[in-house]
Design a protein around this ligand. Structure first.
Ligand code: ZN
Length: 287
């Protein structure tokens, strides 16, 4: 499932094709994905200009000049592919031609100027909705989200307050989207290793100094992953179809039995199931 770095990478890939451009025609090929599309979605998108392509947690947000925002979620396996985008500085040259249509291409945005954005989602856990831009924060998908981990609202004082008194494992607390938005299994495992904190440690029993370190490494892990174009494990691709490559930088995720990569640690990476999901960690240096 794409996490924040993958969605941010897709956003950066789509922005040159979408921002400032008019949607000449929106092709909506089915009535729903995970949930029904909003009424008349194709007509409401067709002719609209995209003012800005933003992101909140794992949601892409296309603000339209009609006062509505298109909210998009990639679900488990959704892909947003851009094609026919004119290569910058090379008039008349295109990054790549339009790909042949595929079976699970559910929504296609034909942009004025020739670019095309195709949303392909074989498993149909993705979602799209349209809502008034000035009421965006109240939308049910966004209303309960905690702060963005790369934003100003996420800092050691905030996290310390939110974890105080909690007995739940810190792993579960960091996966709680109400505490911090956009983190999933991979980046929580990686950040906890960098911070030297066991995923099983009670959230309320981490010193202020270690929480400070944790907030720093969460940001650093996400930034490193965005720089690498995200992590491609199963279906995830960047918007230009390329794979991300942060998976080659994993320190613990998916590395059960491997030697711990932390300097000076002779431990071995272990796997345990917490709340139904695999945690990877090193008992040698994570306490
Ligand atoms: Zn270790």
């Amino acid at each position: 499932m794409p996490e924040l770095p993958e969605v941010e990478t897709v956003r950066r890939g789509l922005a040159p094709a979408m921002e400032g451009a008019v949607i000449a025609r929106a092709e909506v090929r089915r009535p729903d994905l995970r949930w029904p599309f909003p009424p008349r979605m194709g007509a409401r998108l067709t002719g609209a200009r995209v003012l800005r392509l933003g992101r909140r947690s794992k949601y892409l947000l296309a603000d339209l000049d009609r006062g509505e925002t298109l909210i998009m979620h990639l679900g488990m396996s959704g892909r947003m592919v851009v094609s026919g985008l004119a290569a910058p500085h090379v008039p008349g040259r295109f990054h790549h031609d339009h790909p042949a249509p595929e079976r699970h291409d559910h929504v296609v945005l034909h942009m004025e100027g020739g670019a095309r954005i195709t949303f392909n989602d074989a498993r149909r856990f993705g979602a799209m909705d349209l809502t008034a831009t000035d009421a965006l924060e109240a939308h049910s998908w966004l209303a309960t989200l905690g702060p963005e981990p790369l934003g100003n609202g996420f800092h050691a004082g905030y996290l310390h307050a939110r974890l105080a008194g909690r007995r739940m494992p810190v792993k579960a607390a960091l996966l709680d989207q109400r505490i911090v938005a956009g983190l999933g299994n991979i980046y929580v495992c990686e950040a906890l290793h960098r911070a030297g904190i066991s995923p099983k440690r009670a959230a309320g029993r981490i010193s202020a100094g270690r929480i400070e370190r944790l907030t720093e490494v969460i940001r650093a892990t996400l930034r490193d992953a965005i720089d690498a174009g995200g992590s491609s494990l199963r279906d995830y691709r960047q918007a230009d179809g390329e794979l991300g490559y942060f998976q080659h930088s994993f320190r613990v995720y998916g590395r059960e039995g491997a030697p711990c990569p932390a300097p000076g640690c002779s431990g071995t990476v272990r796997r345990a199931v917490q709340s139904g999901r695999s945690s990877f960690w090193c008992p040698g240096c994570q306490r």
